[in-house]
Design a protein around this ligand. Structure first.
Ligand code: IPM
Ligand code: MG
Length: 364
């Protein structure tokens, strides 16, 4: 297997979690003889400082010429005064469009070892395992017209039938490989875009008779997600609702630092942890590297189709958590708080052992 991977560390804790994710990639490549070539480029505030733009042409071209892109995080309060179109985040928003991945997959589950780090009583959250399929290239984020004057501002929520249908197909396909339930989330009691969304999802569902479909208003979904997270399998929703619900789903995992994501369906797949740049802890070696490392696992699974390798990386994470090692954001009584680099080291160590074990098993 040959993969050309572009690494975009970005801002804040991005570079720190990227180092650990890159180590895991390297180990998988070495152990299984895959040629996983990687090169780093600038994005976000880091790129604004060095190149005067949040998405330099060089970065964009490298990404377009790659097999997959892994991003750390973007965002820096030093640029808060800029207009939305010039902020560090604009680099990521433009990159998402250029790469074309319209289906943003955000899995969130409760690991047995982390139940005590969630805000839930164990019986409420045990077994929670869901996938948010967030439409990523439409809605309020990109709708035209948009604009602002000192006293008023506006954005446009706009969707076409085909934009809804293509992301809905991804959700039904994913659900077919999981527990077979799609919860389509909208605000069809108020918004025209949601009425189109609902009708289109109904149409698409006819091609997937083995997947159950339910519709839920976004406010009701937020409540149900808080009260009864194990209910959900695949949540299909538009861009802004998906942004909000995926942060909420972080509660199931214990921290947003745990969550990976994949943006697929376009020219080049893009992988990124769901968390932001966390400027308050940047440079302190305190960030949670699991979201970035789990994003590597998603890359191995979705782009490279290396199921065994992806499973091994996920198991290595689980192994480290079961051993009681925790990043600061998941600290709980009886656990050992470890630094970003210690956790990355522990994952590569566990992964090495799992791989040796597997090789020994296959040699028998
Ligand atoms: C996310 C983030 C981004 C988004 C920001 C950084 C632009 O919150 O990936 O969820 O809103 O999509
Ligand atoms: Mg978000």
């Amino acid at each position: 297997m040959r993969l050309k991977i572009v690494l975009l560390p970005g801002d804040g804790i991005g570079p720190e979690v990227m180092v650990q994710a890159a180590r895991v990639l390297q180990l998988v490549g070495d152990a299984f003889g895959h040629q996983l070539h990687s090169a780093q480029f600038a994005i976000g505030a880091a790129a604004l400082r060095r190149h005067g733009t949040a998405l330099p042409t060089e970065t964009l071209n490298a990404c377009l010429g790659s097999t997959a892109v892994l991003l750390g995080a973007v965002g820096d309060p030093a640029f808060d005064h800029l207009a939305a179109e010039n902020r560090p985040e604009s680099g990521l928003l433009k990159l998402r469009v250029a790469l074309g991945g319209f289906a943003n997959l955000r899995p969130a589950r409760t690991e047995e070892a982390l139940i005590d780090a969630t805000p839930y009583r164990p019986e409420r959250v045990a077994g929670a395992d869901l996938l948010i399929v967030r439409e990523l290239l439409g809605g309020l984020y990109y709708g035209q017209p948009r604009g602002a004057s000192p006293d008023a501002a506006f954005n446009t929520m706009r969707y076409t039938r085909e934009e809804v249908a293509r992301v809905a197909r991804v959700a039904f396909e994913q659900a077919g490989r999981r527990r077979g339930l799609v919860t389509s989330v909208d605000k069809a009691n108020v918004l025209e875009t949601s009425q189109l969304w609902r009708a289109t999802v109904d149409d698409v569902s006819r091609a997937y008779p083995h997947v159950r479909l339910e519709h839920m208003y976004v406010d009701a979904c937020a409540m149900r997600l808080a009260f009864e997270p194990p209910h959900f399998d695949v949540i299909l929703t538009e861009n802004t609702f998906g942004d909000i619900l995926s942060d909420q789903a972080a509660a199931l995992a214990g921290s947003i630092g745990m969550l990976p994501s994949a943006s697929v369906g376009g020219r080049v797949d893009l992988y990124e942890p769901v968390h932001g740049s966390a400027p308050d802890i940047a440079g302190l070696n305190r960030a949670n590297p699991f979201g970035a490392i789990a994003s590597v696992a998603m890359m191995l699974r979705h782009t490279a189709r290396l199921t065994r390798e992806a499973d091994l990386v996920e198991n290595a994470i689980r192994h480290v958590l079961s051993a009681g090692m925790r990043p600061a954001d998941l600290a709980a009584p009886g656990t050992l708080v470890s630094s970003t680099s210690e956790l990355g080291e522990a994952v590569t160590h566990a992964l090495g052992e799992l791989i040796d074990h597997q090789h020994a098993y296959h040699a028998v």
